[in-house]
Design a protein around this ligand. Structure first.
Ligand code: SF4
Length: 390
């Protein structure tokens, strides 16, 4: 029997897909490379925006029409009846090697109540996977040949296993094997992120990429969003991170056109993106999710203006990303090889980097190898360079 996965949305969904895949493999299933050859199709959906939900629903309709005899299961963050019974008790007896990097889920749910967010309604309140169990699973990923573990969760800043938080978990994971690397997913700006910065500074094999979903550069908007921090808190964390790790890449999520966002607020977000030289930004125009407080808020911004503000932010974010990439020229970065032919992959700072063509064939690197590269040029935000042997 063969199973096929379609995974939308965030890394948490990918981590859960990997875990499900392991469960199927352990039960003797094979992974199909197309819908046509699958006996079972699993769609791991995403409802974070109306657009994402619409795309998942379109795929589900298409599958129902094209393969009426096949079993299709919708799961993940989808407003559908979840098929938990069938998926219960899946374990990781066999580690799947379908991805280049291992996605490790350490936490689920969220106990916050952001005005725009539907996620807690799908995922419930915050729960954490026991610290020791996470380490055990990470060891098994490393033993299977993974060189990077991406730590994911619904809200990693709420990770808590008997008082041990995300920073301690990151440090313990990094200590498992100093030659492999740990990437920490998005962490809400706040005390957990500040602790994480210290753990990153103390452990060179935690990727130099810090993703803080600040959402807005205006305290008025943050308060309307019910985000529990101020712009100044975010700036302070970034500042501490830069002092400890001058080349750390700062990533963030930015939302444009939240109800009540004035032109002044929108400018404040653009200014923050430039001032803090954000290296990677996910920009979203606000979209009403029925069932959230923001969907009923006054002061709605016209969709065209939301899109315009999002585009302006994206332009600035792209420029900052290019500027950041240029700063890497002359430095040594490390990639996890995804593309064997060109010896290319993501650096710890989340920039795509490849070996110069003349070296790529000579090196002959394999998928998942860690390769050190001295950066010689940046085309846009894509890096290229020569191999470094130690
Ligand atoms: S912190 Fe806010 S935005 Fe993030 S999952 Fe929780 S409720 Fe949603």
């Amino acid at each position: 029997m063969k199973v096929c996965f379609d995974t939308f949305g965030c890394r948490l969904n990918r981590a859960e897909a990997l875990s499900m895949e392991a469960g199927f493999l352990a039960r003797g299933w094979k992974v199909a490379s197309s819908h046509a050859e699958a006996d079972l199709i699993i769609v791991r959906g995403c409802s974070v925006t109306a657009k994402a939900q619409h795309e998942c629903e379109r795929l589900l309709e298409h599958l129902k029409e094209k393969y009426p005899a096949k079993r299709v299961i919708a799961t993940g963050c989808l407003k559908q009846k979840r098929n938990e019974a069938l998926l219960r008790d899946l374990d990781m007896d066999r580690i799947p090697l379908s991805t280049t990097r291992a996605f490790l889920k350490v936490q689920d749910g969220c106990s916050s109540n952001c005005a725009f967010c539907i996620v807690p309604q799908f995922r419930g309140t915050a729960r954490s996977i026991v610290f020791e169990d996470v380490l055990e699973q990470a060891k098994r990923f490393f033993d299977a040949g993974y060189t990077e573990i991406v730590v994911t969760g619904c809200n990693l800043s709420q990770y808590n296993s008997k008082g041990r938080r995300i920073a301690q978990l990151a440090a313990a994971l990094a200590a498992l094997d100093g030659r492999r690397r740990i990437r920490i997913g998005s962490v809400e700006p706040g005390p957990a992120a500040a602790e994480l910065v210290d753990a990153m500074a103390a452990n060179a094999n935690i990727c130099r990429y810090l993703h803080l979903p600040v959402q807005s550069g205006s305290n008025t908007v943050l308060s309307a969003m019910r985000r529990p921090y101020k712009v100044q808190d975010f700036e302070e964390i970034v500042d501490t991170a830069r002092k400890a790790m001058p080349f750390v890449a700062i990533g963030c999520d930015l939302m444009a056109g939240f109800p009540g966002e004035s032109e002044h607020d929108a400018l404040a977000t653009r200014s923050l993106t430039m001032r803090l030289a954000i290296a990677r930004a996910h920009v979203f125009p606000f979209s009403e999710r029925p069932g959230t407080a923001a969907a009923l808020m006054a002061g709605k911004i016209l969709p065209a203006l939301r899109a315009e503000r999002a585009a302006a932010l994206q332009r600035i974010a792209d420029e900052e990303r290019t500027r950041y990439a240029k700063r890497m020229i002359g430095r040594v970065v490390e990639i996890v090889v995804e593309d064997e032919e060109n010896v290319a992959g993501w650096t710890g700072e989340y920039l795509w980097c490849r070996l110069r063509h003349e070296y790529a064939t000579a090196i002959g690197a394999k998928r998942r190898d860690l390769v050190k590269i001295r950066v010689q040029k940046a085309e846009g935000h894509v890096l290229a360079g020569t191999p470094v042997f130690e």
